[in-house]
Design a protein around this ligand. Structure first.
Ligand code: KG4
Ligand code: ZN
Length: 337
């Protein structure tokens, strides 16, 4: 049989995305960002689901057009089942169910976090794909996990955050510094001209592979408060150095834990996934581990933050295994790997 065309639909949070994959080759990957949330300093769930409703039809149409195929060429519809915001997930899942029914093709529910990891298997994601078993540091706005990936079906979360996710730490600290949501990319940009050793923030002391970022957020908040009492323009005068120092601390916390796990489990292939894997310092620190004999896998930028290409990729894997979903499948706001 020739390779299947699969449409992927992603609507778990505040980006509406649709992609077409043929085998493991991406033919189109359209992402409509919702800028409306910026003024609120975070995602407003009700506004997100309304924007998904407006975006979904044009985004899917654009994905089909860019892939130069029509609906009739599709062999299956894959969509994000969860985790995510319920209202947002409902828009993508209802649309996917209707389209699969109308076209008479299989429906494939996909776990969003699993998709971030399997983005590594998209043909042009990186020079080579990691080999099983590998460790994946999955860092996004909602999750921070170290996942032991033994096969397509066998994934084990060996460590995760007790409180805030790494992306949340970037976003919340950015808010304290007066930056727009999401602050991660802005902090990354400003940090490029700052000194990462300018300020020292305390890292949490946790056993095993657990993470915690809420203490760091409070630490930065108190530090800024104290400095502003002495100099009201402290943030403006030191913004680049503060961003570089915050980024240094968050990325150190992430990489130290991953390194520790890799040594304990004797695993050489290390991968990054999720929105925060777009961070330049995190990418460099993982790459630096290659000097110790590890192999670093860092996906292409467009496959790091939320996108439907990764959903379509898992769709392609599941299609090969004839792992289809019933039409009654329900979105899951909390959905474990
Ligand atoms: O995976 P993602 O697009 O959405 C979720 O599933 O959460 O991740 C979004 C998160 C946000 O917290 C954003 O600030 C962060 O990824 N992010 C970054 C960068 N680009 C996106 N954090 C640090 N540096 C970046 N360059
Ligand atoms: Zn995500």
């Amino acid at each position: 049989m020739s390779k299947p065309f699969i449409l992927g639909i992603e609507s778990s949070c505040d980006d509406t995305s649709a992609a077409v994959i043929l085998g493991n080759k991406i033919k189109s990957n359209i992402v409509a960002n919702q800028l409306i949330h910026q003024q609120y300093g975070g995602v407003v769930p009700e506004l997100a689901s309304r924007a998904h409703q407006q975006n979904i039809v044009p985004v899917v149409q654009a994905a089909l057009e860019q892939a130069k195929i029509s609906q009739k060429n599709l062999d299956a519809i894959a969509f994000t089942q969860g985790p995510g915001l319920m209202g947002s997930l409902l828009v993508g899942s209802s649309f996917a169910k209707s389209l699969a029914t109308a076209l008479g093709v299989p429906l494939i529910g996909v776990n969003h976090m699993q998709a971030h990891i399997f983005a590594h298997f998209i043909e042009d994601a990186n020079d080579a794909s990691p080999s099983f078993p590998f460790l994946c540091l999955t860092v996004s706005g909602g999750h921070t996990q170290i996942v032991l990936v033994k096969s397509y079906q066998d994934l084990e979360v060996i460590g995760e955050t007790r409180d805030d996710a790494a992306g949340e730490a970037f976003d919340k600290i950015g808010k304290i510094l007066g930056l727009n949501y999401p602050a991660g990319p802005e902090i990354d940009k400003l940090a490029k001209e700052g000194n990462p050793k300018a300020f020292k923030f305390t890292k949490p002391k946790l056993d095993g592979y657990e993470f915690s970022f809420s203490g760091l957020k409070t630490g930065v908040m108190n530090f800024i408060h104290n400095q502003k009492q002495k100099n009201p323009s402290f943030v403006e005068e030191n913004l680049k150095d503060i961003c570089a120092s915050v980024q240094e601390t968050i990325t150190d916390i992430c990489i130290e834990k991953l390194h520790h796990a890799a040594l304990d489990l004797k695993i050489k292939d290390l991968a990054l996934a999720g929105g925060v894997s777009a961070n330049s310092a995190l990418r460099k620190k993982l790459k630096d581990l290659e000097q110790e004999g590890f192999k670093a896998y860092i996906p292409k930028f467009e496959y790091t933050t939320d996108n439907a290409a990764m959903i379509a990729m898992v769709g392609a894997i599941k299609f090969e295994n004839q792992d289809f979903s019933e039409l009654g499948i329900k979105p899951q706001a909390r959905f474990k790997i």
